[in-house]
Ligand binder design. Sequence first.
Ligand code: 13P
Ligand code: SF4
Length: 342
Amino acid sequence: MNASVAPSWHPELETRHAALIERLERLIPCMEVPLHLPWIDAINVLKKERGAVIMAHSYQSPEIFHGVADITGDSLALAQAAARCDSDLIVLCGVHFMAESAKILAPHKTVLIPDLEAGCSLAASITADDVRELRRQHPGMPVVSYVNTSAAVKAESDACCTSANAVQVVEAIAAEFGVDKVIFLPDRYLGAWVAQQTGIELVLWNGVCEVHEKFTAMEARHTRERFDAKIVAHPECSPEVLAEADFVGSTSAMGKWLAKEKPTRVAMITECSMADNLRNQFPQVEFIKPCNLCPHMKRITLPNIHACLRDLNNEISVPEDVAARARKALDRMLAVGRGEKL
Ligand code: 13P
Ligand code: SF4
């Protein structure tokens, strides 16, 4: 079957997927559900035949997140899940650096990504040569790189971090190296927020997330004042937006905050699908939805997931010498998460 030829609708799908239909109808336009269902059904059959596990990031569209994913979460959770999952075949529905992290931590598994072009403006903003040049300019200063980077950049770094653990990793690395200055790359907004939280001076790179950069302080203020909504923002937003927020945190921290605070109304200042995917978990919360889609995350679709599972193509590979050094930086991050001394 060609990727462009959709599996056809049949009435049996309605009984087989009654609970999923109900859930999706709450999250996406009802009329779209019958378009997705044949793909969801076909992917789930193929997934079983292949013995594959599908992992999906929280920014994936609801029909992927709820319809076909076995494991969902932030970039950290997906990388950890890859390392410990039973299956030898992983289809990662997210962007390229996430699939690379999974491959680095699970080197003996086959990791596929439905679209190899699913990139990230942060990962594209810096190269391994840039990191080597930063080290030359700042001798003795350790390098912490956000996981939103290529494997080659990770390989030049002392430790990686995600937005969920950036503060702890920077503090641990500064203590390990006995320094009060750290190179932090590539997100200058996340870096500025981490510097504020830790009091550690950070040398920053000029990278930004093209999605979070679009939000403005005026929008956040307007939403709070007009709709009496709590503002929850991702630290990839500008400092002006973060100054308007009731809570700043990573995608996983946002969910935890909602569970604890149970706000009546909230605006999630982050990629659009995040609110859709949380809405199912928090039916009592009203979500005011700003919509900034990540064009890279949205390259992943049900048809290309199906094609990838069918043809077993788009395999991620990382040269072993690069992977070995990148793994050290990722392992340091995971050690901080386990509360170990570096
Ligand atoms: P997380 O690390 O929170 O999953 O975020 C990744 C990302 O791409 C944010 O824009
Ligand atoms: Fe990269 Fe931003 Fe998309 Fe996340 S939302 S993958 S940081 S471009």
